[in-house]
Design a protein around this ligand. Structure first.
Ligand code: DC
Length: 218
C-alpha cells in the first residue's frame, strides 16, 4: 500500500505521517530529508548555489539512508539534526528546484519504497513520485498557523529562529515550492484536500485514517 501526502512547509505533514505510520504499521519516508541531505552536502563542500553542475555531480555521489525511526544518515554519518538547521533550511528549496537533483532523489525515494507498505510526505509525491498511490492527500493551513507550528516545534528542538524569520522563510519556500519547473507543489482533482488550520493534529490523523479505512467519503 502506498499513501502519499503533499502540502506546504509547516502544514503538519511530518507529524501526521509519523502518527499514521505507527497506527497503520507503515514505513515512513520523509522525502524532504533527502533534499535536505543534498543541501547539507552542498554547504559542507563549499559549493555555491549557482554552481548547478557541481551540485548535480555531488548529488550523484551521496549515500542517503533512513532507518525505521526516521534517523537520516548521509555517507554513513547521522545527520538527523544537522539537516534541520537554519543554514540548510534557507537553501533547500533552491537545491530542490534543480531538475537533475530531483530526478536522482525521486529514483532514490521510489527505491526506498520498493516492495513495502509506505507512507510518504513531500511536495510532489501525489503528482510525480507515486501518482498511482492508493491514497493521495493534500494537507494545507494558513501561513500564519504554519509559522507558529514550526516556531513551537523548533523551540522543542532548540532551533533558534524568530517567528518573523520563520514566516518569511515559509512564504519564500511556498513561492519556490509552487513555482518549480518540475515537481512543483500543486493541488489536483484526485487528491483529498484537508485544511488543518483549525484542526488539531489528532483530528487530522483521525480524518486521514478514516479515509484509508473507508469510514470517510472522498
Ligand atoms: O518538508 P521539508 O521542509 O523538509 O522539505 C525540504 C525542502 O525540500 C522544501 O523546500 C521542499 C523540498 N521538497 C521537495 O521539493 N519535494 C519533496 N517531495 C519534498 C521536499
Amino acid at each position: 500500500m502506498i499513501i502519499a501526502i503533499d502540502g506546504p512547509a509547516g502544514s503538519g505533514k511530518g507529524t501526521i505521517t509519523d502518527i499514521i505510520a505507527k497506527k497503520l504499521n507503515l514505513v515512513n519516508i520523509d522525502t524532504g530529508a533527502t533534499y535536505r541531505c543534498i543541501a547539507l552536502a552542498t554547504l559542507k563542500n563549499n559549493i555555491k548555489l549557482d554552481e548547478k553542475d557541481k551540485i548535480i555531480e555531488l548529488a550523484k555521489k551521496q549515500e542517503i539512508i533512513m532507518d525505521e525511526n526516521k534517523n537520516v544518515f548521509l555517507n554513513g554519518k547521522d545527520v538527523t539534526k544537522e539537516i534541520r538547521t537554519k543554514e540548510v533550511t534557507k537553501i533547500v528549496s533552491q537545491i530542490s528546484s534543480i531538475v537533475e537533483v530531483r530526478k536522482i532523489l525521486v529514483d532514490l525515494q521510489r527505491n526506498m519504497a520498493n516492495g513495502k507498505n509506505v507512507i510518504l510526505e513531500g511536495r510532489d509525491i501525489t503528482t510525480v513520485v507515486f501518482p498511482n498511490a492508493d491514497y493521495k492527500f493534500y494537507l494545507d493551513a494558513t501561513a500564519d498557523v504554519r509559522a507558529m507550528r514550526r516556531f513551537k516545534q523548533n523551540k522543542e528542538q532548540n532551533i533558534d529562529m524568530t517567528l518573523k524569520e520563520i514566516k518569511e522563510n515559509i512564504e519564500k519556500r511556498d513561492y519556490n515550492d509552487m513555482h518549480k519547473p518540475v515537481g512543483a507543489l500543486r493541488r489536483t482533482e484526485d487528491q483529498i484536500y484537508i485544511d488543518s488550520t483549525n484542526m488539531t493534529i489528532d483530528e487530522v490523523a483521525k480524518k486521514i485514517i478514516g479515509y484509508i479505512r473507508g469510514d470517510e467519503e472522498k
